[in-house]
Design a protein. Structure first.
Length: 293
């Protein structure tokens, strides 16, 4: 392969281009288009197909033995993707440019399922790349599984894949998919599997919701949770003092109690300065004021 690497690169470049052309064809076909929701298109690829899925989502490609980086065809219509034993190159020749740096353009959800005994697509290379992804990202390891697909893997692969796709494509018929995915650690039966990378990026806030983000201060060894754009902007601007950095962790929170919730909410009584103690209390009038928990 190394002797004809330029030809190999051309083949790699053809794959995302072909997949985009396939989506074009399906959406224009009178027999298929009515059954396709263009806002809920997901992709699945195995081996080099798994690499092509990452390219469709934005990953750049190693184009020479000197690790030159090259853009590939991308497709914003593909909202999420799954890669089974996906190729990510070798330590001396990563798929996504030097040190997998070309992977940092992937900002849509991606699930990778890799075998720990796969020497064709080493799991360590997938892990290196997925840590550079900026969207929700998961890496499931299958113990002692080599490069390929066996019948014994079917339950694990399909359970992870369908749950992930239903969760991030927001499939109406499966509203509990995201909650199941967040709780999943493994699938019973088949090869032993485990989550190796588990990073969920919250969906955009809806009505009466705010994005809550986590800060960390290394010198103080202290974490702080800030909710709402104004408070987050204040801390980022140094309004709480220097040294506060975003950790990258976030979740959505309610700005007011939804009508569907009847129990009293937990409220926080805290200083606007992140290093002060935070107390919690219930809004119930029968509870002691500022009761700690």
């Amino acid at each position: 392969m190394l002797a004809h690497f330029d030809e190999f690169v051309e083949m790699e470049l053809m794959r995302p281009a072909s997949l985009k052309a396939l989506v074009d064809t399906l959406l224009a076909h009178p027999g298929y288009a009515p059954g396709i929701d263009p806002e809920r298109i997901g992709g699945f690829g195995a081996s080099m197909g798994g690499q092509a899925m990452a390219n469709l989502l934005g990953a750049r490609l190693t184009a020479s033995l000197g690790l030159a980086c090259r853009d590939t065809v991308t497709d914003p219509r593909v909202k999420v993707a799954v890669g089974l034993v996906p190729l990510r190159g070798q330590s001396f020749l990563p798929s996504f440019c030097d040190d997998q740096g070309g992977a940092d353009r992937v900002d849509r959800p991606f699930l990778a399922i890799s075998g720990t005994a796969d020497f064709t697509a080493p799991i360590k290379m997938m892990e290196q790349a997925i840590h550079r992804f900026r969207g929700s990202r998961y890496l499931v390891e299958l113990a002692d599984v080599e490069h390929g697909y066996e019948a014994a893997m079917r339950g694990d692969v399909m359970t992870w894949t369908v749950t992930f796709l239903n969760a991030y494509l927001r499939v109406a018929e499966d509203p509990g998919a995201i909650a199941r995915l967040i709780r999943m650690g493994s699938v019973s039966g088949g090869p032993q599997d485990a989550l190796r990378v588990d990073a969920h990026v919250p969906f955009p806030p809806g009505p009466d919701e705010a994005l809550t983000r986590e800060f960390y201060h290394a010198a103080l060894n202290h974490f702080f949770i800030a909710s709402g754009a104004d408070e987050i902007a204040l801390i980022l601007a140094g309004g709480a003092g220097p040294g506060w950095q975003l950790t990258g962790h976030a979740f959505r929170s309610f700005t007011r109690l939804p009508h569907s919730i009847s129990r009293p909410p937990r409220r926080c009584a805290a200083s606007t300065e992140p290093w002060r103690a935070v107390r919690t209390r219930t809004s119930s009038p029968r509870a002691p004021r500022n009761a700690t928990s």
